[in-house]
Design a protein around this ligand. Sequence first.
Ligand code: HEM
Length: 455
Amino acid sequence: MTVTTPAPSVRDVPGPRGRWPVGNAPSFRRGFLHAMTEGFRTYGDLVRFRIADRTFLIASHPDLAQHVLVDHAADFPKREASFALGLLLGDGLVTNADHASWLAQRRMMQPMFHRARLAAMGDKMSDAAGRLVTRLEEHAGRVVDVADEMNLVTLDVITRTMFSADLGGEAGRVGPAVSQGTRFVQARISQPFTPPLAWPTPANLRFRRQKGVLDAVVDRLIAARRESGEVSGDLLDMLLEARDEDTGGGMTDAQLRDEVLTVFSAGHETTANTLTLAWWLLSRHPEVRFRLHGELDRVLGGRLPTADDLTALPYTRAVLEETMRLFPAAAVTSPRRVVRDTALAGYRVPAEVSVFVSIYNIHHHPDVWGEPEVFDPGRFLDGERPAHRFAYLPFGAGARKCIGSNLAMMEGTLILAAVASRFDLVALPGHEVDLELAITLRARGGLPMTVRLRP
Ligand code: HEM
């Protein structure tokens, strides 16, 4: 007779002990990033948390990322858009949890992000980098908030490449609206009791105001295009012309707004945070700066970079890649919801449990990366790649992988090259970066730096 022992259940996954009725909410008092990294250090690759009656798991190993995002992705779809980030972005491509309509939207938008199409956007990106350089020249010798500047330049790129528009004076309102909106959304994930959005609590009212700012900017973009009737061959045209295969109808105004708002928000804040943290790392690592300057001086000799220069700037690109390893802007994926009883890492996991894949923890995993805390862009040179395919996933993995990864790498490298070839951005004495994870990973409170012209 063979005796089989049943697989352990999700309740056996290691994790902090909770307190009735809030569960592990106190573990999140110092923020999601702290709970996620401490959980990994203390309990390992799979950690269980319970907040009120919700159980969620944080997965921090490349094998688990592959399991959840690729091999068994059908068991772990994204959660419905009404959860967390959907409150801000509605039902667009990032948050849409309905497979059929997501697939139709993704297929419709994908051509906009093909390499050939992106190459044609190179001039718009270089122009935006040039406008940033001009602004920084005006501030030479003074202190600027680098996070603000990076937000402005990436917003400039996304509105011009995807929507052929210029936000002008409105641009300054978008950054704060996105960062406060995402902070609100992040807090709700780990709060035991969340009042419905319709209730007029101070936090809800603030959030609704920020969402109102974003909706108004996006509505004006759409209205201006409809009024002008111009055809620009951009993403906005694609969205306006899209027709449902079955009904032949176009998108509703609400769908259109969600899609535009999604690309608008997801398409600039992540890249801005990455660049901001790249300046921070560069300011701390003179040996990396020296090598970067060597490449830029040799290839550009002081002129602004264009898309044609990209292949000659491997170290600049590696600086960006290594920044995204240490500080992945999307430090954790959106939650996946288990839809049928399944297994993960040998545990039985019932429907309704949520799973987050921790890109941050995977990028710092000591079994996968040598000296994981060391900033060394050399890891990404000469085709060097980590042994595990899913050890490096700043843009996620599987079908829901980032649609804008090539765009982000292209604009990020161009902006880094344009600024670093002209300026040193110098950290203020004694200033430390405090990382905050509010949907995206960022420097809390921005990053003041002195703009110094390079000799
Ligand atoms: C450094 C910059 C960026 C990073 C680190 C980043 C990261 C990510 C990650 C990790 C995901 C997957 C999330 C998940 O699985 O839950 C994602 C999805 C997405 N990203 Fe990005 N992203 C960046 C830039 C961009 C840009 C420039 C755009 C648009 C132009 C964009 C648009 C999107 C969209 C629409 C999705 C959802 C794709 C889908 O579900 O089909 N992202 N991004």
